[in-house]
Design a binder for this molecule. Structure first.
Ligand SMILES: Cc1cc2nc3c(=O)[nH]c(=O)nc-3n(C[C@H](O)[C@H](O)[C@H](O)COP(=O)(O)OP(=O)(O)OC[C@H]3O[C@@H](n4cnc5c(N)ncnc54)[C@H](O)[C@@H]3O)c2cc1C
Ligand code: SF4
Length: 481
């Protein structure tokens, strides 16, 4: 298993290029905007070696019969699914941001069982290919980007009806016995520039006639023809300032990248679905369920950070004993722990797939994610309430350090004398980061849209709820027909 330093070195050797704020950047990890997100991924390596967390971050792989980082593990039991949630809460609570490594993990678990089912039905050879590929990922301890979301163009039209067929990533050319050439883009890619590999998946269910869009394959990050355009986050340029004080989270951050595939060749041994339209939807559904489960861990961990910061600012402001403040903090904890309960529930009710790995309970995973689209917003609202208006109006670190106005800031921002005024400002910046700053991309916008918007979960909840069974039971109870 790699150490954090070995991980950072391994990325440098890949020599990728990205466009960051209008400039071609040769080693994006060294860029001020990208660096904090790379540190967040490096934490998942460090934690696998740290005595406090190594047991949480490690699992024994059935593919290579050895210990691997749990971020590469194919779940072998419901207990594994529960351990995943605990690992994600831990990482979220330690970094206060998205640590990016779970999308690839969720993709792998979905592809593992889907390829097995596809081979059984169509006589294809995808499952063994994927097993070999993933055993290599585990042995090398790599980060894998899970690339599902297509640009999708006009949402009222199917892929083949778009003016530009590349608006859904597709197979442009098939070279039998050799591989495929793909073309298109994937948007919002979490942690892309911190990854070694990309797992491309279809974005939605496909129908007959849409075979070109039913593609799942693996692409090395430094493949010719793949371009990276860095996504902006609110107040991100604060990360470029000499003094990191105003960033809020001075060490860690998230990352999303627009990724363009321009006639990219993928050799056959890296193709895991090609034209089997009946399995595109299965793959999307399974991936989405795993990732909806994931949020019951990671967003709870970030919620821990926001609750801790809110309690601390209440103490710094001298209001921590006020009854309405106590009530609000308790409400924040209640909402956060409810999300954790959902994450644990859908994990503990997990079941084995025919391929042997474990799938989360689909209904409960969707309930989990639907709550995630709401509760972090309410937690953020309560944090904003308790923190006070300074959250949106505080002077900058540059002014704090200015010899002329700095003393006024220290004088007038003093509150509870047991706390240092600059420490109070740091806590306010962290709350600002998570509620309205760069951290809100991961804590709020991603809670809404990541793994699909609320309408997608409502559809799945409606499908999974076995309503007819409930109706039949009432009919039996009341002897009505
Ligand atoms: C921070 C962040 C990180 C992400 N990370 C990843 C990642 O790592 N990998 C990845 O693949 N994706 C990632 N995503 C993408 C995420 O899965 C999508 O944003 C999500 O699925 C919504 O898709 P969209 O953004 O295209 O919005 P849209 O699909 O346009 O949805 C916007 C609204 O329109 C509605 N809508 C859309 N189409 C229709 C329709 N046909 N009929 C009726 N209503 C419709 C939706 O329900 C929603 O309310 C990430 C997103 C965010 C915000
Ligand atoms: S949003 Fe959460 S689950 Fe998804 S990659 Fe980030 S930390 Fe992991």
């Amino acid at each position: 298993m790699k150490t954090a330093d070995q991980y950072l070195e391994s990325l440098k050797s890949l020599k990728i290029e990205a466009h960051v704020m209008g400039e071609k950047t040769a080693e994006p990890g060294g860029h001020g905007l990208v660096g904090p997100s790379r540190k967040a991924v490096a934490f998942t390596y460090e934690a696998a070696h740290n005595p406090e967390s190594r047991d949480t971050l490690r699992a024994v792989s059935h593919l290579c019969n050895a210990e691997v980082n749990r971020f590469t593990h194919l779940h072998q039991s419901a207990e594994d699914l529960v351990k995943k949630i605990k690992m994600q809460r831990y990482c979220g609570a330690m970094t206060g941001c998205c640590f990016q490594r779970c999308v690839g993990l969720d993709a792998a678990n979905a592809i593992y069982s889907t390829t097995f089912d596809c081979d059984r039905k169509h006589g294809t050879q995808f499952h063994d290919r994927f097993r070999n590929y993933w055993a290599w990922i585990q042995k090398e301890d790599l980060v894998v980007d899970g690339a599902m979301t297509d640009p999708k163009g006009d949402r009222s039209k199917r892929p083949k009806d778009q003016l530009d067929p590349d608006l859904f990533l597709r197979v442009k050319e098939r070279k039998p016995g050799d591989g495929v050439i793909i073309s298109g883009a994937k948007l919002h890619q979490t942690g892309m520039l911190n990854s070694h590999e990309i797992l491309v998946m279809p974005t939605m269910s496909m129908r007959s006639g849409e075979e070109s869009w039913a593609i799942c394959c693996a692409v090395p990050i430094n493949t010719p023809g793949v371009r990276y355009i860095y996504g902006r986050q609110a107040s991100d340029t604060r990360k470029l300032e000499h003094d990191t004080f105003d960033v809020g989270n001075p060490i860690f951050g998230g990352q999303e990248v627009m990724t363009v595939f321009e006639d990219v060749f993928v050799p056959e041994e890296r193709v895991f679905l090609d034209g089997q339209v009946d399995f595109a939807g299965t793959l999307v559904e399974r991936f989405a369920s795993y990732h909806r489960q994931s949020y019951g861990g990671c967003k709870v961990g970030v919620g821990d950070v926001l609750i801790g910061a809110t309690e601390l600012i209440a103490r710094m402001n001298g209001v921590e004993k006020a009854s309405h403040v106590r009530e609000k903090i308790v409400e924040m904890i209640h909402l956060n722990e409810t999300l954790y309960c959902c994450g644990l529930a859908c994990s503990s009710q997990g079941y084995p797939t025919p391929a042997g790995n474990y799938q989360v309970d689909l209904l409960l995973a969707n309930v989990c994610k639907l709550n995630v689209t709401r509760f972090p917003y309410e937690i953020a609202r309560l944090a904003t309430d308790v923190a006070g208006g300074l959250l949106g109006t505080m002077p900058s670190a540059a002014d704090l350090n200015d010899p002329e106005v700095g003393p006024y800031i220290r004088k007038y921002l003093a509150a509870n004398p047991n706390f240092d005024v600059v420490d109070r400002m740091k806590v306010l910046r962290l709350i600002e980061n998570l509620t309205i700053g760069a951290g809100a991309v991961g804590y709020l916008v991603e809670s809404m849209h990541g793994a699909g918007p609320p309408a997608a979960q409502r559809i799945m909840i409606g499908r999974q709820a076995a309503l007819d069974d409930k109706v039949d039971r009432i009919k039996g109870l009341l002897s009505v027909s």
